[in-house]
Design a protein around this ligand. Structure first.
Ligand code: A3P
Length: 369
């Protein structure tokens, strides 16, 4: 309106008034032009002038670190991915030991896609597999299944889609991981895992086979108090020193025999051995090597651990979802059954040749003798 009234003044106005009129008209036009431009862009859903929209974290979602700033939103639902996808690359010491939850405490549970695992902790039972799983899942680039799916031994018939459906959601930059320690001694497991993906990275936590056998027996005894003694189960004929290799607790510790089956399908470089002993004395060092093997940055360091005197084991200072220190549960780090020292010596002798062959095969001396 003001534009028209002033416009009508026309040539009858003095020169100064005409200049004012021109300047006012120009500024009005510019304002109108800019306003139109912004409206137009917003109509398209996003303004180039304002930048692309960002994903918002859902309730309970994890740290912002999981979302690169310019990353497009991931689809909320499961999207099948091809099987065989290539791998991506003591302040509190005296405090009582709170336990780690069994379920995945991944903060990004609602983001990403369910994928087949690119890495597996395949063994060995009572080696320290739960500790490795709980420690590695603190890493922002790793998401792990909290329970043992037993897919490649007991549940293979359910198919890969069932297996995938169990997995936590991951972003493309994250590694999906599960642990089932019985895989290491399952004859068919190497072939089945190879058929899923020849690129699968394999982690084996090994421990002195004699201590492992006693740990295994202690666990069984806690569930079935009526079983025969460890000494009785270990030998076919103790006087003759004949060890009963058909007993699982003994057989699992003959690592090199089981390893041979894996080496028929996977190169040694694709299998990483964690020392169960060093995992207790130097968890950060051992986890550093696990991170290198998985091709992820060394995020888990000394700062993540403290030694809990009550538990007698290293524990996490905090997990991804909690700022409270956490230890493994009561079934991890139990007091072992007392075994006749002579039996321990006999078993040490029994395992010696298997251990030496194992060291030679993997190129590492675990010093179990
Ligand atoms: P024990 O209970 O015989 O001491 P897995 O998880 O494969 O079943 O292994 C259990 C073993 O992990 C335990 O055996 C314990 O020695 C070992 N372990 C290693 N690090 C541990 C930790 N930080 N806390 C508790 N147990 C740990």
């Amino acid at each position: 309106m003001a534009y028209r009234v002033l416009g009508r003044a026309g040539p009858a106005q003095p020169r100064r008034a005409r200049r004012l009129l021109f300047a006012f008209t120009l500024s009005l036009s510019c304002t109108y032009l800019c306003y139109s431009l912004l409206c137009c862009c917003d109509d398209l859903g996003q303004s180039r002038l304002l930048g692309a929209p960002r994903c918002l974290r859902g309730p309970g979602a994890g740290g912002q670190k999981l979302l690169p700033k310019s990353r497009p939103c991931d689809p909320p639902g499961p999207t099948p991915s091809a099987p065989g996808a290539p791998s991506s690359p003591a302040a509190a010491a005296a405090a009582p030991a709170p336990r780690l939850p069994a379920a995945n405490h991944s903060g990004s549970a609602r983001l990403g896609t369910k994928r087949l695992p690119q890495a597996l902790i395949v063994g060995v039972k009572k080696g320290g597999t739960r500790a490795v799983l709980e420690f590695i899942r603190v890493h922002p680039d790793v998401r792990a299944l909290g329970t043992e799916p037993h897919f490649f031994d007991r549940n293979y018939g359910r198919g890969l889609d069932w297996y995938r459906s169990l997995m936590p959601r991951t972003l493309e930059s994250q590694i999906t991981l599960e642990k089932t320690p019985s895989y290491f001694v399952t004859q068919e497991a190497p072939r089945r895992i190879f058929n899923m993906s020849r690129d699968t990275k394999l982690i084996v936590v090994v421990r002195n086979p004699v201590t492992r056998a006693i740990s295994d027996y202690t666990q069984t005894l806690s569930k079935k108090p009526d079983i025969p003694t460890f000494e009785g189960l270990s030998f076919r004929n103790r006087t003759l020193g004949q060890v009963d290799v058909s007993w699982n607790a003994i057989r699992i510790g003959m690592y090199v025999l089981h390893l041979e089956s894996w080496l028929q399908y996977f190169p040694l470089a694709q299998i990483h051995f964690v020392s169960g002993e060093r995992l207790i004395t130097d968890p950060a060092g051992e986890m550093g090597r696990v991170q290198d093997f998985l091709g992820i940055k060394r995020f888990i360091t000394d700062k993540h651990f403290y030694f809990n005197k009550t538990k007698g084991f290293p524990c996490l200072r905090k997990t991804e979802s909690s700022l409270l220190p956490r230890c493994l549960g009561k079934s991890k780090g139990r007091t072992h059954v007392q075994i006749d020292p002579e039996v321990i010596d006999q078993l040490r002798e029994f395992y010696r040749p298997y251990n030496i062959k194992f060291y030679e095969t993997v190129g590492q001396d675990f010093r179990w003798e």
